[in-house]
Design a protein around this ligand. Structure first.
Ligand SMILES: Nc1ncnc2c1ncn2[C@@H]1O[C@H](COP(=O)(O)OP(=O)(O)OP(=O)(O)O)[C@@H](O)[C@H]1O
Length: 249
């Protein structure tokens, strides 16, 4: 059997005396599409940063594609795409310069896809040549998504990728995610507070609570299970919002 795409064992992460992740175990297999849920401050961004090796863990181990995340090879790095919650793009560059910069780093860069997304997502000549620092929040987020998708990653980690997008932008992004990314068998970890988006995209959901993954499974099974546990009788359907409140409170 091939190694899991993500494997975290007994991971702990502290900020000073605050325990954010504790004894956390997680395995994500190839092709899984997981919506990561948790209340504000539960540690979703921290978990994503730790799993990508952007933050050092205080205990435990993290492996990506079977490799220790602290010593990832360039080949494995090139298999990963990440959209952080806060844009981390070079603000003094223009979108065109930024995309050229990353293009040189990734052997599998798909310029046809980049050009199609730029056009579909409203990057005209004016926007493409403006310093990134002067783009709106939503424009920066769209650019960050295009950058993360451009090299056809096999693992895509998205930290609230639609938080700054208007409804049309969100819909366009979700369509791209479903048709252009998930269809290709990409493994996706996706955090959001917009539960309707998650219901459209995620096949599995994982709830982060008190530093651990409190519950994970196929979304439809979790909803069905929650409905069947009410008084032991078949009850009214449970919404994902109900389940979120029940699991995370
Ligand atoms: N660099 C840091 N230094 C100190 N504390 C931090 C740091 N980064 C995050 N924290 C704390 O760690 C906890 C988890 O934060 P994190 O951003 O991972 O949560 P989250 O689940 O992504 O939240 P949200 O849903 O609000 O985005 C919070 O209590 C936060 O204040």
């Amino acid at each position: 059997m091939t190694a899991p795409i993500i494997q975290m064992r007994d991971v702990a992460k502290y900020f000073g005396s605050a325990i954010v992740l504790s004894s956390l175990d997680w395995e994500v297999r190839q092709g899984q599409v997981i919506g990561l849920l948790g209340r504000n401050g539960a540690g979703k961004s921290t978990l994503m940063e730790c799993l990508l090796g952007l933050r050092e863990v205080d205990a435990g181990s993290v492996r990506l594609f079977g490799e220790d995340v602290a010593a990832l090879s360039d080949t494995t790095r090139a298999r990963i795409g990440y959209v952080p919650q806060k844009s981390n793009l070079f603000e003094w560059m223009t979108p065109l310069q930024l995309l050229d910069y990353f293009k040189a780093m990734y052997p599998r860069w798909n310029q046809v896809k980049v050009d199609a997304l730029l056009e579909r997502w409203g990057f005209d000549a004016l926007l493409l040549n403006k310093p990134i620092g002067r783009l709106s929040g939503g424009e920066q987020q769209r650019l960050s998504i295009i950058r993360a998708l451009a090299h056809n990653p096999e693992l895509l980690v998205l930290d609230e990728p639609v938080s700054a997008l208007d409804p049309a932008g969100r819909r366009a992004f979700l369509a791209e995610l479903v048709d252009g990314v998930i269809e290709r068998g990409t493994t996706v970890v996706f955090s959001t507070h917009i539960l309707t988006d998650l219901e459209r995209v995620a096949l599995d959901v994982a709830f982060l609570k008190e530093g651990r993954l409190a519950l994970q499974g196929p979304l439809d099974e979790l909803l069905e299970g929650a409905r069947n546990t009410v008084n032991g009788r078949r009850a009214e359907p449970v919404s994902l919002e109900d389940l979120f409140i029940e699991v995370t409170q």
